[in-house]
Design a binder for this molecule. Structure first.
Ligand code: ATP
Length: 379
């Protein structure tokens, strides 16, 4: 491991900002640290960079605990959300400044500046001042400045969030290319799940100061370990249900019973649960066709709302339990009020017990681990 956090905890006075966080980055990995505002991401970055001394825990950089060491003793490059370029220095001087504290001979320093300005395709702008560059170009200078000292770890703390959407997407690709070319181990911090999923090899999802999930984007999306991850990574419908059968697991949604493919653990009959299913995994058909063909369980309901979002329609359907489901439909949208049957694919339903949901919230305060979900498999 290049970077390893072990039981990292940080309090600002009474505020527990980071609570017992452990994860690591392998050499060359690009990991996204993802979570909503206030969940502790920046505090973790600041602790790794050496600007915050953690209340407890260890920060290992190439197996050496640096938690008590000053920033300059760590080989860590950082790019923040806001520009930190010096306005009175040219681009070349700004990048060279990042090398100033390193013991590098002047000729080699000039070479490194040129090399890294070439990497971010800004060699021709080397004598310009930051104010003469666009927002995207300024971000690229920051990247060059952070990378030129060849850090062990590059920390990118919401580097794109101040930019407009099109530029953000272009720079995201640029970052992926640069990371690939340099092979630098990178921790990319963001609250934007699409950004995280499209860029990173692995996601560490945080909620309320704790890790809520750690895995590849696809694994976390398809088998979310907690209701929080299910809802935070993409959209998820949460339907209250009750266990009515154990082997195989069968849940009742209103008066509909749904038998799920076998699961790792069985829950006692009568257990209240929440079934999570993604809008794109649901499909609708006219209620006249209900019960004909197919083996997926059907729910019926009335269309409460149809929203045209360009590429598709979002249907809000109120089912017989009174709960509302969002369903993605590609063509032929129904009209509001129409009665429909909704097909629920059994293998796309993740079941969490209500206690598990509670535990997710309580875990923040008590340190109790949340239980794994019941994610049905096809076996
Ligand atoms: P954002 O994306 O909004 O920056 P974040 O996930 O990076 O959020 P942090 O900035 O690490 O989260 O903040 C975590 C918690 O610690 C928040 O509740 C925040 O209010 C609190 N906090 C952060 N910095 C300080 C500080 N200097 N003093 C007191 N509390 C702080």
């Amino acid at each position: 491991m290049i970077l390893e956090l072990e039981a990292l905890t940080h309090r600002y006075g009474d505020e527990l900002a980071v609570d017992d966080v452990s994860f690591g980055l392998e050499e060359g990995e690009l990991v996204a640290l993802l979570g909503p505002s206030g969940c502790g991401k920046t505090t973790i970055v600041q602790a790794i960079a050496g600007h915050v001394r953690p209340t407890a825990g260890r920060i290992l950089l190439r197996d050496r605990d640096v938690a008590e060491e000053p920033p300059e003793a760590r080989r860590v490059g950082v790019v923040f959300q806001e520009s930190t370029l010096y306005p009175h220095m040219t681009i070349r001087e700004n990048v060279a400044y990042g090398l100033a504290s390193r013991d590098i001979e002047a000729g080699r320093r000039a070479e490194l500046v040129t090399e890294y300005l070439e990497l971010v395709a800004l060699r021709d702008q080397r004598d310009a001042y930051p104010a003469e560059l666009s927002g995207g170009q300024q971000r690229r200078v920051e990247l060059a400045r952070a990378l030129a000292p060849q850090p062990d770890v590059l920390l990118l703390d919401e580097p794109l969030s101040a930019l407009d959407r099109a530029l953000r997407e272009r720079l995201r690709e640029e970052i992926a290319r640069i990371q690939d070319e340099t092979g630098v181990t990178t921790l990319f911090v963001t609250h934007d799940q699409e950004e995280a999923m499209s860029l990173a090899d692995r996601l560490v999802v945080m909620g309320d100061g704790r890790i809520a999930g750690d895995g590849t984007p696809r694994a976390l999306y398809e088998s979310p370990p907690t209701p929080f991850v299910a809802s935070f990574l993409g959209r998820s419908n949460a339907l209250p249900a009750t266990v009515v059968g154990r082997e195989p697991l069968t849940v009742a949604l209103g008066d509909r019973e749904i038998t799920l493919p076998s699961s790792d653990r069985s829950l006692p009959t009568g257990t209240p649960v929440t079934c999570h299913v993604r809008p794109e995994d649901l499909s609708v058909r006219s209620s006249d066709a209900a019960g004909t063909g197919g083996t997926a369980p059907l729910l019926s309901g009335n269309v409460a709302d149809v929203t045209d979002v360009g590429r598709r329609y979002d249907l809000t359907v109120r089912i017989e339990t009174g709960d509302e489901l969002v369903v993605e439909a590609v063509d032929d949208p129904p009209t509001a009020g129409e009665r429909l049957a909704i097909e629920l694919p059994r293998d796309r339903i993740a079941v969490f017990d209500a206690d598990g949901c509670e535990r997710d919230r309580r875990a923040v305060a008590t340190g109790v681990e949340s239980r794994p979900p019941v994610v049905p498999s096809d076996e």
